[in-house]
Write a protein that binds this ligand. Structure first.
Ligand code: APR
Ligand code: PHB
Length: 393
């Protein structure tokens, strides 16, 4: 068995793991990342990317913002549509100058991977059978097999479980409590070859269900309609998707949706999930390994990055001073921010979707919520402040 020694062993090369490796490198702390997928798969999985202002600032600070500065779209607000009307929320005005940046997650990952490898970082793609060992000792270990079946070991001081919702790290947290909610609906998402229909995102609540207009690039648009959580995309012919999108997204203001060739369809389920605590012995979990938000609030990527920041601060403090207090408070620090993002994502989700299990009374309450948001500056500010991102403590 071939062995490597490092300071922090990181499981998973998603946003949490890669940001963590960069943040540690900035403080001179070594890491090794183990990732089951190939580099091409990681870089080719197309996901949303709504970046909060501080996430953008962090990318720039880490010297990773070059391509983002050229290719990302800066949005000063969103449009909410319901009851036949259309209402723009101007985040920049409501939050004193903050905007959101739309730059797809896989583009963020490409920039992080290229820069990490250029810095001589150790990122091992295509590994198998990753296992975590000796987490309650000062010398935890990771073992894995490479593509040819060879067995390898990484001996570390700490292990960061950044391996997503289905990864092997979370089950090691003995005595954890898991909080969760499955929603009785999902999103049918399509990628379309078309120019943008609008310069910002449109979120719609319609009696037939939610719809969202988003974008990936000047040539490719991303659109969603609410569907059943286990629906088969094959049951949605293109004509049905377009007719639902037109009905749900178009209001009485004359705006129309531009159609194009649909080249990808998929259904995503919706859940909220939190694991408490997020640490045990020398293992710390971060990102989707510890929490899931439904995508309506666009918080998933930013929350993963926030965990990486808090963990890097704890590790930096430990290596510089020997103090363990920040590391000991890692879970508590992250969970305050996580619960606020969970609350926001849940409230956006319930406000904007129709729920077959809810009564007509609850339906009217959600419409009243929307009416309040678009007619009260205080309510609009609360939504805007959460959407652009609460400050990192
Ligand atoms: N060994 C090594 N790597 C693993 C293993 C394993 N056994 N299991 C999973 N992984 C890898 C996955 O292949 C993936 O690349 O861990 C990575 C986890 O990345 P993400 O799922 O993207 O999670 P995270 O980094 O926490 O980022 C959260 O990603 O899923 C979106 O919406 C979510 O935006 C949010 C963000
Ligand atoms: C997306 O572009 O896929 C997207 C945007 C905003 C959301 C969710 C998804 O809230």
């Amino acid at each position: 068995m071939s062995a490597t020694r490092t300071q922090v062993g990181i499981v998973g090369a998603g946003p949490a793991g890669l940001f963590l490796a960069h943040l540690l490198h900035r403080h001179g702390i070594e890491s090794v990342i183990l990732e089951t997928r190939s580099r091409e798969e990681v870089e080719g999985t197309i996901r949303a990317g709504v970046l909060e202002q501080w996430t953008v600032d962090l990318m720039n600070e880490l010297g990773l913002g070059g391509r983002m500065g050229q290719e990302a779209h800066f949005h000063r607000g969103i449009t909410l549509r319901f009851g036949g009307g259309s209402h723009h929320l101007d985040f920049e005005d409501l939050t004193g100058g903050k905007r959101v940046t739309v730059y797809p997650q896989h583009e963020v990952l490409k920039d992080l991977i290229a820069a990490r490898l250029a810095d001589g970082g150790d990122v091992r793609f295509g590994v198998r059978d990753v296992e975590l060992h000796d987490l309650e000792t000062e010398r935890p270990r990771l073992t894995y097999r490479d593509g040819d079946g060879g067995v390898f070991e990484v001996c570390c001081d700490f292990i960061a479980g950044c391996d997503g919702f289905h990864g092997p790290s979370r089950p090691h947290l003995a005595g954890r409590t898991e909080y969760g909610k499955l929603y009785p609906f999902g999103w049918l998402g399509v990628l379309v070859e078309a120019p943008p229909s609008h310069h910002e995102l449109i979120y719609a609540r319609h009696e037939r269900g939610f719809a969202l207009l988003s974008t990936r690039s000047p040539e490719i648009q991303r659109l969603y309609i609410q569907c059943g959580p286990k629906d088969d995309p094959a049951d949605y012919p293109d004509e049905l998707i377009w007719s639902e999108l037109h009905r749900r997204l178009e209001a009485e203001d004359g705006w129309t949706l531009t159609e194009g060739r649909i080249f990808q369809k998929g259904v995503i389920g919706m859940r909220s999930f939190v694991c408490d605590p997020m640490q045990h012995g020398r293992l710390f979990i971060a990102g989707d390994a510890a929490h899931i938000v439904p995508p309506t609030g666009a918080k998933g990527l930013n929350l993963a990055v926030a965990d990486a920041v808090y963990l890097s601060r704890g590790l930096e403090c430990f290596y510089r001073t020997g103090r363990r207090d920040l590391l000991e408070r890692y879970s508590e620090t992250c969970l305050r921010r996580i619960w606020r993002a969970e609350r926001f994502s849940w409230s956006m989700t319930t406000m904007l979707h129709t729920d077959p299990h809810e009564s007509a009374f609850e339906d009217r309450i959600h419409l009243a919520d929307l009416d309040y948001v678009v007619h009260s500056r205080a309510a609009a500010t609360a939504l805007a402040e959460n959407y652009v991102g609460l400050p990192l403590d």
